[in-house]
Design a protein around this ligand. Structure first.
Ligand SMILES: NC(=O)c1ccc[n+]([C@@H]2O[C@H](COP(=O)([O-])OP(=O)(O)OC[C@H]3O[C@@H](n4cnc5c(N)ncnc54)[C@H](O)[C@@H]3O)[C@@H](O)[C@H]2O)c1
Length: 389
């Protein structure tokens, strides 16, 4: 159980780019990073509007002289300070991730970056190389992957409880953008504009989450080829899709499907991952994250509950309150940020033994997601054809 203890014997000096007072995702970054005191928020360029960003930073306790107008000024000024930041989180629209990540690594900072990591696999490759060159970490906030029962699934699959893996069904299909809400909502507007969101909408914005959850549950499987069909039901969004289906083949002969949608009317999140083996299946749904369905052919369904003693040690390690009490997305993110802190600290100490088997969504996970989206778009735009991965 975590119980609020710090993971490190220090607190990492932390700054943020984006995630300002009008943003959707800034608050969960701060809640997660600050939860266990592994990070101390000291600086920020919180907003595209410099004045609004400064006012917001001060309202959450950041010193006025460390609320900056933009990330370049922040990186330069912080580098001059003895107590300058050593980590930065990037919670801005997608088009800015690559230049800000690159600038941060070049400024000697560890990074936490929002997904999708960047627009192209070539950019993601460059970031991965830069991380190696600078000996820095990029943690990617696939926040749902911090839910404990995903790690229970990983253990059960590794132990052979499902038998041979045959099928992976993934979906993230909500209904919130079933009509052109972007006309009114700024946070949606950039998501349907290729200049800001990149080559896809729901494939990058939504599908990369269950894709990474499935990768976490079944790390040995790799997609060998895929076929994608994408649609723009709200026509003004074309060529960006608000719905997509993907068929996948894996290296062990398994097959997979992905449904990503923002027009699934009436659905809240609809994010589910179902892994089907030759003996049994597991299913996890982000709207009931404290339960994992375990279905053995010919036996009653078992619902495994978070925080219970019968779970694997890795699923109990991040428990914060014990079974029965529900935990949620804020706890899952805190678990990720805790791991980011541990990975950054171990990297600073060149502790390769610690890092070898230490799980967290790093730059390579970001690259895998970006590469997958790129292949999906290539397949869909060629008329839904099979594409090798
Ligand atoms: N991991 C998740 O579950 C999850 C959930 C939602 C959003 N996201 C990702 O988070 C990112 C931000 O999404 P959002 O929904 O919060 O967007 P948003 O539009 O609600 O907020 C974006 C914020 O970034 C600021 N900003 C924009 N450009 C900036 C710049 N150059 N410098 C400084 N600040 C800048 C804006 O002022 C605003 O505060 C996106 O990449 C999105 O894909 C991830």
């Amino acid at each position: 159980m975590i119980n609020g203890m710090k993971a490190l014997n220090r607190s990492l000096r932390w700054g943020m780019v984006g995630g300002g007072g009008t943003s959707q995702i800034g608050y969960i970054h701060r809640s997660a990073a600050l939860r266990d005191s592994n990070f101390t928020l000291l600086a920020g360029a919180f907003d595209i509007d410099a004045e609004r960003g400064r006012a917001f930073g001060q309202s959450i306790g950041v010193a006025a002289d460390r609320c900056y107008s933009d990330y370049e000024t922040m990186f330069a000024a912080e580098a001059q300070r003895e107590d300058g930041i050593e980590v930065v989180s990037i919670a801005t629209p997608n088009n800015t991730h690559f230049p800000i990540c690159r600038a941060a690594l070049n400024a000697g900072l560890h990074v936490v970056c929002e997904k999708p990591l960047c627009f192209t696999a070539a950019e993601a490759d460059e970031l991965e190389q830069l991380c190696a060159e600078k000996n820095k970490v990029i943690g990617v906030t696939y926040g749902y992957a911090g839910h404990q029962l995903i790690h229970q699934a990983r253990e059960m699959i590794a132990a052979g409880q499902l038998g041979d893996i045959r099928i992976i069904n993934m979906q993230f299909a909500h209904g919130f953008h079933h009509e052109a809400v972007e006309l009114e909502n700024a946070s949606t507007r950039w998501r349907v504009d290729p200049r800001f969101v990149g080559p896809s909408y729901v494939l990058g914005d939504l599908a990369t989450h269950p894709l990474f959850i499935a990768e976490t549950m079944v790390p040995d499987l790799q997609v060998t080829r895929l076929l994608c069909s994408r649609q723009s039901f709200v026509q003004s969004r074309a060529p960006l899709e608000d719905n997509a289906f993907v068929l996948m083949e894996y290296n062990n002969g398994a097959v997979g499907t992905m449904w990503a949608s923002a027009v699934n009317c009436g659905s809240m999140h609809g994010q589910k991952v179902r892994v089907i083996g030759s003996k049994a299946s597991l299913e996890w749904w982000d709207e009931q994250p404290n339960q994992l369905r375990y279905e053995v052919q010919g036996e009653p369904v078992r619902i495994l509950e978070r925080g219970m003693g019968y779970l694997a040690a890795s699923a109990l390690a991040d428990d914060r309150i014990g079974g029965g009490h529900p935990e949620g997305l804020f706890e899952a993110w805190s678990n990720l940020y805790r791991r980011f802190a541990q990975a950054m600290d171990a990297t600073d100490r060149d502790d390769s033994a610690f890092l070898q088997d230490f799980w967290y969504p790093g730059v390579h996970a970001g690259l895998t997601g970006v590469r997958w989206v790129e292949k999906c778009v290539a397949s869909a735009d060629a008329g839904a054809v099979w594409v090798d991965c």
